[in-house]
Design a protein around this ligand. Structure first.
Ligand code: MN
Length: 201
């Protein structure tokens, strides 16, 4: 078995002007494709060839760096594409809004804390909103690690992830990671995030 790159669930220009089409084309078609290709190379002929991506990620501490990095890259990006959509953004509603208020005080506070997690992640990595023991929490991971990994500093079930690698924003935002993080709120698909939360609670 080998892994394949799924098409984006929307057009490359669907997230304009917040995330530009060229960034999406390169990010999905080149970066994500490379994680898939390198993951397939790394598992070829090994026992990991027959395992689902979730199982590889869950055992990140006992697999090679190539499988951890590229397997994490494959899982993280698939999750990321589905976290966004056209005509999205705004404020979360319903049970998700209630859980956010309970955990962080307000949606504004969640945005500040998640942006801070993204800004303080040195180098490349991800900022996450997770469900941990029935509550929402914020954390970040380096490289292509994620909170599902056994080696993660903070473990939980991700319900929203923000890619803070430079390749996610550099063409449009250059060094201004904070501007990219502010724009991200216009493309979050809150109904997907809420469904993930309900499944994890
Ligand atoms: Mn990326």
């Amino acid at each position: 078995m080998s892994f394949t790159l799924s098409p984006l669930p929307y057009a490359y220009d669907a997230l304009e002007p917040h995330i530009d089409a060229q960034t999406m084309q390169i990010h999905h078609g080149k970066h994500h494709q490379a994680y898939v290709d390198n993951l397939n190379k790394a598992i070829a002929g090994t026992e990991n060839e027959s395992k689902p991506i979730e199982e590889l990620v869950a055992h990140a501490g006992s697999i090679s760096a190539a499988v951890r990095n590229n397997g994490g890259g494959h899982w993280n990006h698939g999750f990321f594409w589905e976290s966004m959509s056209a005509n999205a953004g705004g404020a979360p509603t319903g049970k998700l809004a209630e859980a956010i208020d309970a955990a962080f005080g307000s949606f504004e506070s969640l945005k500040e804390k998640l942006a801070a997690a993204g800004m303080t992640r040195f180098g490349s990595g991800w900022a996450w909103l997770i469900v941990k023991e029935g509550k929402l929490e914020i954390c970040s991971t380096p490289n292509q690690d994620n909170p599902l990994m056994d080696i993660a500093e903070v473990k939980g079930t991700p319900i929203l992830g923000i890619d803070v690698w430079e390749h996610a924003y550099y063409l449009k935002y250059q060094n201004k990671r904070a501007d990219y993080l502010a724009a991200f709120w216009h493309v979050v698909n809150w109904s997907v995030v809420e469904a993930r939360m309900n499944a994890a609670m």
